[in-house]
Design a protein around this ligand. Structure first.
Ligand code: AMP
Length: 302
């Protein structure tokens, strides 16, 4: 496994691998790798001759300085975990290396260089984290350009992001974007790099999200097909935790996975995804579940 600290060197490595006829699978990450990330790397290693992993805490996609500054970072450990999971190359880099010659005097990427993340960025995360998806789309498009992979692997855990990144493919639709299931702890809690920042009590409180997703799933199984009714189930499940201050809810929403909409869909749903965002202490967590599919988590029971 090779570790490169320069995206241009990674680009040359990828070109060389492609010139030898190797299919490249690519897993973009922000590091602090956990089993969720490793599941993407393992899948890529199964489906491609070479697997490339990027580790870059992308400042463009953070809407809160404190969240960026406290984001866990340990590149050597990540490289070792990624290598064990089947990565052939791990690369990182600085913002000025990813956007060479594009940063202004303050070291920032001018807003006109940001990519439009498209309609999937409207509503929910896009509304609560201003500029987040423009930052995601900008770095993902740039990473795709450096690695030029055949396939790129993303997690369903970041549901709206998984829709946004499709807009980063080239005009021939490359790479193939493959969405992998959310890995969960045995409690059901979705794995996340941010879970490291939860204390014992907060870990318990975070499980309210899982309980709410289970309640919505049960309502769907019992025949509920109306988004407002299903949102009511989520809200009712979360209400006690909101009232006691154990969680601070940002949204609990239902969307149609077949057709993203900024607002709640009308009419009878034939498929549905429940999406949640909440703060537990200072940590902002998101989770989601398809209500019309079973199982909808891997690792732990939702
Ligand atoms: P991040 O490092 O948080 O930017 O995540 C990198 C990739 O790993 C993204 O495609 C995420 O959706 C994915 N990912 C994060 N958590 C999980 C999880 N629990 N299960 C599966 N994929 C995940």
């Amino acid at each position: 496994m090779e570790l490169l600290h320069d995206p241009a060197a990674a680009q040359a490595w990828c070109e060389d691998a492609r010139s030898r006829g190797h299919d490249l699978g690519f897993v973009p990450t922000m590091g602090a790798l956990h089993e969720g990330h490793l599941s993407l790397i393992r899948r890529s290693a199964q489906e491609n001759a070479r697997t490339v992993v990027s580790v870059f805490v992308n400042p463009l996609q953070f809407d809160e300085a404190a969240d960026f500054e406290s984001y866990p970072q340990d590149l050597d450990k990540d490289a070792s975990l990624a290598g064990d999971a089947g990565a052939d190359l791990v690369f990182s880099g600085r913002l000025d290396q990813f956007f060479e010659g594009e940063l202004n005097a303050a070291g920032e990427l001018p807003t006109e260089h940001l990519r439009n993340p498209g309609p999937a960025a409207l509503g929910l995360e896009g509304e609560h984290r201003q500029g987040h998806f423009a930052g995601v789309a900008t770095i993902v498009a740039r990473l795709f350009r450096f690695a030029a992979p055949s396939r790129a692997y993303f997690g369903a855990k970041d549901y709206q992001q998984s829709l946004v990144v499709r807009s980063c493919c080239d005009d021939k639709g490359r790479p193939d974007v493959i969405i992998c299931p959310t890995l969960r702890e045995s409690s059901g809690l979705a794995m996340s790099s941010r879970n490291k920042r939860l204390n014992g009590a907060e870990r318990e409180h975070a499980l309210h999200l899982v309980v709410a997703l289970r309640a919505a799933h049960a309502a769907w199984e019992a025949g509920a097909r109306d988004a407002a009714e299903l949102e009511g189930v989520l809200a009712a499940s979360l209400a006690p935790a909101v009232d006691t201050g154990e969680i601070e809810l940002e949204y609990a929403a239902i969307r149609d996975p077949e057709q993203w909409s900024a607002t709640r869909p009308d009419g009878r749903l034939t498929s549905a995804v429940a999406l949640l965002a909440a703060r537990v202490g200072t940590v902002r967590l998101i989770d989601n579940a398809r209500l019309d599919q079973v199982p909808f988590g891997v690792g732990g029971v939702l």
